[in-house]
Design a protein around this ligand. Structure first.
Ligand SMILES: NC(=O)c1ccc[n+]([C@@H]2O[C@H](COP(=O)([O-])OP(=O)(O)OC[C@H]3O[C@@H](n4cnc5c(N)ncnc54)[C@H](O)[C@@H]3O)[C@@H](O)[C@H]2O)c1
Length: 275
């Protein structure tokens, strides 16, 4: 991980999904970069663990247990952030409902309740946090929001349609926020990770499926939570002042492939490198 450049000194950052994976890495990196951080998660132990690591590292943080799908809880979370640290400059949304992964089946067989559960966290969580954070940012003259979409927000992986829909919605929402509030100093961008090894994806893929993922990134390895956190740091930093409504893909080049490339490459190899 990089050494601190103090790029978020003086800022207050609220990170949801901060108890695990990308959210935890982002909370830790932002604290190292000088932000005072509220590490929010539905899992109190996860949030507390992240806060402990940040404090051990000399950072300033408060953990907070909140379900981003519940409006009252989100209102309380934002109120806690402003009451504790006096302001809110940076909102980072990484909360994701992994409990419905197996039930997120093909549309003709779907359970609307599963869709509601997925959308309520992955999409509505971003809506609700923005609803309560934006007024504070407007009062302060600006702020920065980054929402987690996914490569599957616009490229189908032939699986998880509710998740894909939530993540596509995040892109539309983020552009709407960017346009609505951009003139008043609020930027809203999206990180769209490809395959990132995190506690949330552990066990999601068989070894054979993992091998296929590794084969299809144009990089020597799968992604790490820090790969996304570093991109999010850039988007939240003053260097990104003119970047608004942008979708930053962090996928090791996976989406740079035309779909036929792996099959074509196999044929070229079989022909002894001709073609
Ligand atoms: N890991 C990947 O490969 C990948 C790829 C594309 C997009 N993403 C997105 O990046 C974000 C982080 O992914 P990750 O792999 O680090 O996930 P993760 O599962 O490791 O962490 C998600 C966190 O969200 C928390 N959470 C779940 N429901 C919540 C709720 N209702 N309120 C508050 N917190 C809640 C969980 O407790 C967990 O700590 C997610 O939005 C995910 O969809 C991840």
């Amino acid at each position: 991980m990089s050494s601190s450049t103090g790029r978020l000194t003086g800022k207050v950052a609220l990170v949801t999904g901060a108890g695990s994976g990308i959210g935890a890495a982002t909370a830790e990196l932002f604290a190292r970069e000088g932000a005072r951080v509220v590490a929010a998660d539905i899992d109190p132990a996860g949030a507390a663990g992240t806060a402990e690591r940040i404090r051990d590292d000399g950072g300033i943080v408060e953990p907070f247990a909140a379900d981003v799908a519940q409006e009252a809880a989100v209102a309380e979370l934002v109120e806690f952030t402003v009451r504790t640290f006096g302001r809110l400059d940076v909102l980072q949304n990484y909360a994701s409902n992994r409990s419905v992964v197996a039930a997120d089946v093909a549309v003709a067989d779907c359970d609307p309740q599963v869709w509601a559960q997925q959308l309520s966290v992955d999409l509505m969580g971003c809506v609700l946090t923005a609803k309560y954070a934006v007024p504070h940012m407007l009062r302060a003259g600006g702020g920065s929001i980054t929402n987690a979409s996914s490569l599957v927000g616009w490229l189908s992986l032939d699986a998880r349609p509710a998740y894909a829909t939530a993540k596509a919605g995040v892109i539309g929402l983020s552009k709407a926020i960017a346009v609505e509030y951009g003139k008043r100093g609020i930027r809203c961008n999206v990180v769209a990770p490809g395959p990132i090894v995190s506690p949330g994806t552990a066990g999601m893929y068989t070894p054979a499926q993992t091998e296929v993922l590794v084969d299809h990134v144009a990089a020597p390895r799968l992604g790490r939570p820090d790969d996304v956190a570093l991109a999010a740091l850039f988007l939240a930093s003053p260097e990104a002042a003119f970047i608004n409504g942008h979708v930053l893909v962090i996928d090791g080049g996976m989406s740079a492939y035309a779909p036929m490339v792996p099959s074509f490459r196999r044929l070229v190899d079989a022909a002894g490198g001709q073609g």
